[in-house]
Design a protein around this ligand. Structure first.
Ligand SMILES: Cc1cc2nc3c(=O)[nH]c(=O)nc-3n(C[C@H](O)[C@H](O)[C@H](O)COP(=O)(O)OP(=O)(O)OC[C@H]3O[C@@H](n4cnc5c(N)ncnc54)[C@H](O)[C@@H]3O)c2cc1C
Length: 448
């Protein structure tokens, strides 16, 4: 009996949608099943009273995102629809914001680093530049940094480099614990992404790419997949609405979700699946009646709060100033801030009621943005139990074996396969998986 479809894709995030687009382009019959009532996954948006709220991902660098930009060109998304982020990245130190992080200007102004810290950072950058080709984000296990963690890297440098650069960036943007995550994926990603002044964001919200892809592929939202089972030359996909058969099923969900849905994964896949842990992320959106920002000598679009500055009970690791990032995110004269939760606060916050989360996070943010409580018209909490791939040394060690596995009826795509905490990692992984699945389907005779 011929299967219902060539390929069932589980998950309508950047990986699932770009994979479906690639596969459908080769003439395969593809369907995407998405548990949520909307597409985008961790790169989604919602609209409320004229505000455009990025619930997960925030920005797309101009550089180092080759697969993303290729896809955007294919979809005829003009560069003008992905404008450069306005304002600077800043770090909080000694009672004020220091703009210029990840910016050439930062080496002059300090961006929160002392002179000795800056000199040490320059030495580190020169060392990385000398071996630039070895920092390939596609091969994070092969860099000169080996399996060392972010904390190991920091330990070899002036304390400022760890305390006011590495820790705030990896904790704020990825929810990483510097002692657990490998330094190589981070250094490779930042080197490829270039200065923060070249980073961009979608004018119409971070779900732009997902919405454009979803217009071109068969996506069913509100259909959670319960289980995926591999047969000899087909896959079964069980949902509450029934079972679909396909030549291949591709799990485009975070690794811990994939491991749960596909309980009989072969042994040579299980090691990397279980090593591919995720950090949780939590954000609180503050919709404001005026465009409040952290006071700073230059406009900032993101302020990172280092662990050293937040104290033992602090719950805030950063603030995104969305109306500076892109003024079209808010109605004229209004403001929008996104508060990022600190990794240390995550276990409690993830399960706390929304009003408690909002109270704790906004109370911590008030000193950085005086007047925040008075200007807030609404708050929304966004929780991601699987926020970003943790990219631990264990994940890097087992990645090569996973990549070498044979093509099978159940496959995977997602940022975790690249050990890269970014949407480019998801889209890059989908391109590789598309080639594997196309080959697998071509070796089967009967068309659907
Ligand atoms: C807070 C935060 C900030 C980020 N910032 C950035 C950034 O600035 N720039 C950047 O490039 N990246 C950023 N990222 C990372 C980026 O969002 C992810 O790398 C990307 O979304 C991963 O895509 P994916 O398709 O692999 O997974 P996801 O986006 O997680 O998509 C998986 C999809 O599968 C669905 N799903 C799960 N279980 C099931 C099931 N049982 N049945 C059916 N569907 C299911 C989910 O609902 C989801 O839609 C950020 C992530 C977070 C959480």
């Amino acid at each position: 009996m011929s299967p219902d479809l060539d390929v069932v894709v589980v998950g309508a995030g950047p990986a699932g949608l770009s994979l479906a687009h690639r596969l459908a382009g080769t003439g395969l019959a593809v369907r995407v099943l998405e548990a949520n009532d909307h597409v985008g996954g961790r790169m989604a948006c919602f609209r409320h009273d004229g505000y455009t709220v990025d619930t997960g991902a925030e920005q797309v660098p101009t550089y180092g995102y080759e697969h993303t930009w290729r896809l955007l060109r294919e979809l005829d998304v003009p560069l003008a629809d992905v404008p450069t982020v306005r304002g600077m990245l800043a770090v909080w130190r000694d009672g004020r914001a220091h703009p210029g992080l990840a910016h050439p200007l930062g080496l002059l102004t300090g961006a929160g680093l002392s002179v000795r810290g800056r000199l040490d950072l320059l030495r580190l950058q020169a060392r990385i530049a000398r071996r630039a080709r070895a920092f390939d984000p596609d091969r994070p296990e092969d860099t000169p940094l080996g399996m060392g963690t972010v904390a190991d890297l920091a330990a070899h440098h002036h304390p400022d480099v760890g305390d006011f650069l590495l820790e705030p960036v990896v904790s704020g943007f990825f929810g990483w614990d510097p002692a657990r995550s490998a330094a190589a994926p981070f250094v490779s990603l930042m080197r490829a992404a270039g200065p923060a002044s070249t980073w961009r964001t979608y004018a119409d919200g971070m779900d732009t790419l997902a919405r454009r892809l979803a217009e071109r592929v068969d996506v069913r939202t509100g259909v959670p997949v319960d289980e995926v089972v591999a047969g000899t030359d087909s896959a079964l996909v069980h949902t509450g609405e029934g079972t679909l058969t396909a030549r291949a099923a591709v799990l485009c969900v975070p690794a811990p979700v994939a491991a749960r849905l596909y309980a009989n994964a072969p042994a040579d896949e299980r090691e990397f699946l279980s090593a591919s842990t995720f950090t949780p992320m939590l954000k609180v959106s503050c919709l404001l009646d005026r465009p409040l920002s952290p006071p700073s000598a230059r406009p900032v679009y993101a302020l990172l709060v280092p662990a050293r500055e937040r104290g033992r009970d602090g719950v805030l690791s950063g603030i995104i100033v969305d109306h500076v990032k892109n003024p079209a995110r808010v109605p004229p004269g209004r403001g929008l801030l996104t508060l990022l939760a600190a990794p240390s606060a995550m276990p409690d916050l993830l399960t706390a009621p929304d009003d408690e989360v909002v109270r704790a996070m906004t109370a911590d943010a008030e000193p950085f943005v005086p007047g925040l409580a008075a200007a807030t018209v609404a708050n929304f909490v966004h929780r991601f139990p699987h926020g970003l791939p943790e990219a631990t040394p264990a994940a890097l060690r087992s990645r090569r074996g996973f990549l070498a596995r044979a093509s099978r009826p159940v496959d995977y795509a997602g940022d975790w396969i690249m050990a890269r905490p970014s949407s480019e990692g998801a889209i890059r992984a989908a391109a590789t998986t598309a080639a594997r699945v196309t080959h697998l389907c071509a070796t089967r005779k009967e068309p659907v």
